[in-house]
Write a protein that binds this ligand. Structure first.
Ligand code: GAP
Length: 454
C-alpha cells in the first residue's frame, strides 16, 4: 500500500467510523483542532489509561497530578517560554504566507542558520530567495514568533497564556508533593493534560496540532549519580510503550540532538521517532534537564525548591530527567500500526488490528435478525456483559456488513445470537483477526471473553 494513500485511507476511515472529525467542521474547520468521536474518545482514553497504569499506578516511585491549564504568567518568564518559545519566521508580503526562516534558508542554500535571525534576513533578501508558495521575492525581516496562545484573566494585568506544555505545572508542585507524599529520590511526578501551541503550520492529520494532549513525567534524581543507565532505562520504557500501541521495532528509531543544538542546561536529549506514513518523525522525547527548572522557579517564585536528604542531612536541588509523550501522536501510531487490508475470497476487508486492550469496543452483540425473539435476548446479553467490557449492540443491515463494520473499528469479538441460540443456549463468537467462529455456551461466555481479552 502506498504510504500517502494509507494516510488518506486512515483519515477517511476515522471520519466514516466515528473516530476523529475535523474541529468546527460545519464552520469550515479550525486548523490544528480535532474532535474525537464516539469511538475515538474510547481509543484515546484507553491510551491514556494504559500510560497512567504503566507509569503511575504500577510503580512505587511515581505519583500523578492534574494541574491547571492557566498558570501564573511569571512561570513562563522563569521557564524561558515568554522570551524564546517559538521559531524565527519570515512572511511573504505578496501572498501573506508565513514560513520558518531556517527552512527557507536551508532549502535554498543548504546552510543551517537556525537562531541567527540577522544573517537569515540578509540571505533571504540578498539572494532574492523565491517564496515557495507564490514564487515572488518580497519578504519581511526574520522575526521571532512566540507560539503561546495569549488570553486575559480578571484581576491580572499581565497577559495570561494557555500552557504550551504540561511540564510547568509539575515543576511548581515539587514542594507540595514533597510535603504531602514523603517521596524519596529518585522519584517522578506525572501528568496528562492539554497543551496549546500556535503552530505556524499544523498538519499531517493529528500529528501537529494547535490543541493537543501530553503525558509528561518529571523524574527527579540526585545530581551526583551516574544518570546514564537511568536515561537508557527511560528510553527503553518509552519504546516499550510505543510497542504496546502496536509499533514494530523496525518502525522505531532514536535521534540524539547534536551537542550544539542542545539547550544550555541539557546534558542529553533524544527523540524517539516513528515511521509514520509521512516519514520518520518525533513521537516521544527524553531530556536531561539538569537543575534548570527547579533553580529558575526558586529564583522567580516564593519557595526554595530543594530536596532534604534525611539520611545524610544534605540539601540540594535535584536534577531532572523528562520523558515526554504526545497523546495524539500515540493515537496516530495506534491507527497506522493497526490499519490492515486483507483479501478475503473475492472481497477486500479493512481491519484495524488494535492491541485488544486499546480497542474502542471490546465485544459487539449482533442478533441475526431484528425480530424481537432474537433482539431481546441479545440486548439482555449486552446488559449482562456491559460491566465487564465496553460493548456495542448492532442490529442494522446484514450480518456480513456488521462484521465488516466491527472489523473497521477493530472490535476483537463479535457475538451472534441466532435462531439456534434459542434452542442450544449458545452463541457464535467471531475472532476479528482469524475470522474463525466458535460456538460457545452462553453460561461460559463471560469467562471465555475474559480469558481472550486478558
Ligand atoms: N516538556 C517538553 C516538551 O513539551 P516537546 O518535544 O516540545 O517537549 C513533547 O513536546 C511531545 O508533545 C512531543 O514528543 C509530541 O509527542 C507532542 N507534541 C509536541 N508538539 C505537538 C503538536 N503541535 N501537536 C501534537 N503533539 C505535539
Amino acid at each position: 500500500m502506498e504510504k500517502e494513500n494509507k494516510m488518506e485511507k486512515i483519515v477517511s476511515l476515522c471520519k466514516r467510523r466515528g473516530l476523529i472529525f475535523q474541529g468546527s467542521e460545519i464552520y469550515g474547520g479550525l486548523g490544528g483542532t480535532y474532535t474525537y468521536g464516539p469511538l475515538g474518545v474510547e481509543l484515546k482514553n484507553n491510551i491514556k489509561q494504559l500510560w497512567w497504569k504503566k507509569f503511575v499506578q504500577d510503580r512505587m516511585d511515581m505519583v500523578g497530578i492534574d494541574g491547571p491549564i492557566l498558570l501564573h504568567p511569571t512561570l513562563w518568564k522563569a521557564s524561558g517560554h515568554a522570551e524564546g518559545f517559538g521559531d524565527a519566521m519570515v512572511d511573504c508580503k505578496e501572498c501573506k504566507k508565513r514560513f520558518r526562516a531556517d527552512h527557507i534558508v536551508e532549502d535554498a542554500t543548504g546552510q543551517d542558520l537556525e537562531g541567527k535571525n540577522e544573517e537569515m534576513t540578509k540571505i533571504i533578501h540578498g539572494e532574492k530567495i523565491p517564496c515557495p508558495n507564490c514564487g515572488k521575492s518580497n519578504w519581511t525581516d526574520v522575526r521571532d514568533f512566540n507560539m503561546m496562545f495569549k488570553t486575559q484573566m480578571n484581576g491580572i494585568e499581565e497577559e495570561v497564556f494557555l500552557r504550551p506544555e504540561t511540564a510547568g505545572a509539575i515543576f511548581i508542585e515539587f514542594k507540595n508533593i514533597m510535603d504531602s507524599m514523603r517521596m524519596k529520590l529518585p522519584f517522578g511526578i506525572a501528568q496528562i493534560g492539554k497543551a496549546f501551541r500556535n503552530e505556524i503550520v499544523a498538519g499531517n492529520f493529528i500529528f501537529r496540532l494547535r490543541e493537543f494532549e501530553q503525558m509528561e513525567i518529571e523524574y527527579l534524581i540526585r545530581p551526583d549519580i551516574d544518570w546514564e543507565p537511568l536515561f537508557e532505562t527511560w528510553l527503553k520504557e518509552q519504546e516499550d510503550f510505543a510497542r504496546e500501541l502496536g509499533a514494530k521495532d523496525e518502525d522505531l528509531r532514536r535521534l540524539e540532538h547534536p551537542k550544539e543544538k542542545l539547550s544550555h542546561y541539557s546534558k542529553k536529549t533524544i527523540d524517539i521517532e516513528y515511521n509514520f506514513p509521512f516519514g520518520f518523525k518525533e513521537l516521544f522525547g527524553l531530556a536531561h534537564r539538569g537543575n534548570f527548572d527547579l533553580t529558575q522557579h526558586t529564583e522567580f517564585g516564593n519557595e526554595k525548591l530543594e530536596y532534604f536528604d534525611q539520611e545524610t542531612g544534605e540539601r540540594f536541588i535535584p536534577h531532572i530527567l523528562e520523558p515526554t509523550f504526545g497523546v495524539e501522536r500515540s493515537l496516530l501510531v495506534a491507527l497506522v500500526a493497526a490499519y490492515t487490508e486483507e483479501q478475503v475470497g473475492e472481497e477486500e476487508r479493512v481491519v484495524m488490528k488494535f492491541p485488544k486492550k486499546l480497542a474502542p469496543i471490546k465485544v459487539a452483540f449482533l442478533p441475526l435478525s431484528k425480530k424481537e425473539e432474537l433482539s431481546k435476548p441479545t440486548k439482555e446479553l449486552f446488559n449482562q456483559m456491559k460491566d465487564k467490557f465496553v460493548c456495542q449492540y448492532d442490529e442494522t443491515q446484514s450480518i456480513g456488513k456488521r462484521y465488516r463494520r466491527q472489523d473497521e473499528i477493530g472490535t476483537p469479538y463479535c457475538i451472534t445470537f441466532d435462531f439456534d441460540s434459542l434452542e442450544d443456549n449458545a452463541v457464535t463468537v467471531r475472532d476479528r483477526d482469524t475470522m474463525e467462529q466458535e460456538r460457545i455456551k452462553i453460561e461460559e461466555l463471560e469467562n471465555y471473553l475474559i480469558g481472550k481479552l486478558k
